[in-house]
Design a binder for this molecule. Sequence first.
Ligand code: PMP
Length: 430
Amino acid sequence: MGQNEILFERAQKTIPGGVNSPVRAFRQVGGTPRFVTKAKGPYFWDVEGKRYIDLIMSWGPMIAGHAHPEVVEAVKKAAETSFSYGAPTEGEIELAERICQLVPSIEQVRMVSSGTEATMSALRLARGYTGRDLIIKFEGCYHGHADSLLVKAGSGLLTFADSTQNAPSSGGVPHDLVKHTLVLPYNDVAALEEVFQKQGDQIAAVILEPIAGNMNLIKPSKGFLTAMRSLTSHHGGVLIYDEVMTGFRVALGGAQSLQGITPDLTCLGKVMGGGMPMAAFGGKREIMSKLAPLGNVYQAGTLSGNPVAVAAGLKTLEIVSREGFYECLTGQTEKLMAGLKQAADAASVPFSVDSVGGMFGFYFADKVPASFEEVTKTNIESFKKFFHLMLDQGVYLAPSAYEAGFTSIAHDNAVLDEIIAAAQIAFKKL
Ligand code: PMP
């Protein structure tokens, strides 16, 4: 038995399923998760000393590459002055100012420790602000694991649960609660219009992944976004852009800057913490001022605005703000996708690709899917085989066909060439 197997067996004795977050468990693809010992730039090494090219990058945060020396330095410096105070610091203000400057729809921002907290708090705030209960989410979108949002959810829930039922995607979520969550198909303008026509005055919020990344990568149509913006404005509902994944990943101003949409609230996470437990939600001052201590919507956190996480976030945002960062990242990601597509074509494997900034999707299907339903029709068996053929060659892809992939600025041409060469072999063997 190899070291990974030994550790996985040991882990399962004290940690449910051997992992602290379900998708890490390789349940869809089978096999043994890799136990990581260190990472640098585009690579990580497992406990057996094998090197992998990382195409998950901690599920998004590590956009500057693993252990970027400037981020490491900033974190070390912050850590020397204590890990947490539970009192305000100047660093928090700097980070808030930077976020408001980079994402102009955010006039005020509150920091939290995970994407789940950000979306959960944004929803509570939207409900408190409007005095309404109903929320709309979309099939296959994942917004963290708050109860109200675990309905037809993507990511691990899509990988493990039966998401075809119009019921909670998870045990332990009361039916009474999810009756306040309306689930509509992504990219379906008619369904959205119909719901607003019937119940528009009861809808507190629409929450969406503005570029979905938790049912593989799915882009919204322009009509879908503009309908959503005008319907929420017209009916007094709050439009929540969940940019936990897309924020600072698809562009410096997030998906909203590419789409020309101004949401009322935005959730951020992942890149903004540079790999530390850090997330945020923010938006219109009028809405944000309903939060405690100013307003009656309660939200708090012992480690919120943690100084070490703030240091990592600030330095990461400085790096991504440098000239040419997103042009380079986008170009490299497109090059990678083109290389994969070419390799699949050469082996006559039905395959399609898509990407935005440093986020990508590939599909064992002739054409790029536009909805959750279309994603579930892609060839999962081919994906599983491809995943393992790539893993054996030292390329680490997300272990599920229902997840987007991520690159970093450290994925240079030599790294891309290595991935594409591995893919050429893998496609031929499929
Ligand atoms: N929203 C989106 C769009 C996400 O992708 C995720 C995590 N993948 C979350 C929310 C939840 O974030 P966290 O895992 O930090 O709780």
